[in-house]
Design a protein around this ligand. Sequence first.
Ligand code: TRP
Length: 455
Amino acid sequence: MSNIESSKRDSFTSKFGIIAAAAGSAIGLGNIWKFPYIAGENGGGVFLVIYLIFIVLIGVPVMMSEFIIGRRAKQNVFGAFRQLTSHGFWKIIGIMGVLAAFLILSFYGTIAGWTIEYLILAIKNDFASKSAEEINTMFAVFSTSIIKPVFFQLIFMGITAYIVIGGIKKGIEKYTKILMPLLFIIIIYLDITAISLKGGMDGLRFLFQPDFSKLTARCFIDALGHAFFTLSLGMGVLMTYASYFQKDTNLTRTSISVAGTDTIIALLAGIAIFPAVFAFNAEPSSGPGLVFMTLPNIFKLIPGGYIFSILFFLLLGVAALTSSISILEVVVAYVSEEKNISRKKATILTTILITITGILCTLSFGPLNNLKLGGFTIFDIFDKIASNILLPLGGMLISIFIGWKLKRHIITEELSNDGILRIGFIHVFMFLVRYLAPIAIFFVFIHGMWELLIN
Ligand code: TRP
């Protein structure tokens, strides 16, 4: 997406296409795999409340900010700040973004690899004959082994690189428009079954009834980090997409619909998973394996479960892919443009490096599980540094740039499409990006760091 050659700039003819691509980046493993497990680790309902507040008050304004910068500058993150300001300082957003992208794609490949394994298990109809216990054991055995998880990670990274080199993204996006609504429908079907499970209501209560006595500093920092992660914010991905938006794209409405769709998918995933957690006696806090240990139990029960399990893991893989290509693009754009290497070489080189660090993440569930820092495995550390530190800091700088640095008339022009749209909300928006977002991020951050240090 970050080809900045002007000849390619007109490649998005359909307005819906590029918006679908932005939504495709946002909707991914974050919604279906990460949201439930991180909510489960942080007490459920109380996490949900904080997370929703952050999405609305910080996520949406930061997304609008990325859109404003991207569409105005019509460049990727480095070029954009170079064009809009003479000060070299803002380059830091791009640099932190590249680092975050590197770390995120490392562990993203691990989980995407798991998804491929589960697709194959679904095709082999391996869930049908297994009890809930056996399904747990199956996950434990698989995720702690070496060959298979690494092999599937390599496959996924290969496909990601192939798409980024081959420029067949437009084809992918065409299918995304059909496939993502299909994923949506399957999840709703899972929801209906999950809710009617014995004990299902306990799961819903866990997710929707906040118990504020469980509120911790970690809950705040995880919720903030996840708000950025799930919306693909804080490292200039959406800035790059917005550089392809058309003049009449309504930036405010687009932000709200991308954030809204993303949140709805996460909630629907939670509504399928938590009832199953309680019905099949799993632990809400069992970590990254949560989805893989719970959903197979639902597929066993539903009519057409065999077909739906295949479709589900296939579509989850596709959702992961439309996100992973957006992450790899960030690194490739940086290496190819700043270091003057051809796109193809840059893609191959960065994919190899990311896959190597990625294998460490994969093995941190098995042989490297004892390699810990402050109780966190390599996988956890990559995630925390990227999601909880780099992305929020990037978001903080982006909102400060819009709130304090960029000329007000540019903001008004972009949000109103040169005076065509009414923007009565501009004062609220300015308040959020000038004060609320940066200050809130700062406090959550300091609080989280403090907590980490004293523990
Ligand atoms: N949002 C994606 C998900 O939820 C992951 C992702 C894609 C991402 N691009 C990103 C996260 C950029 C942070 C920044 O799965």
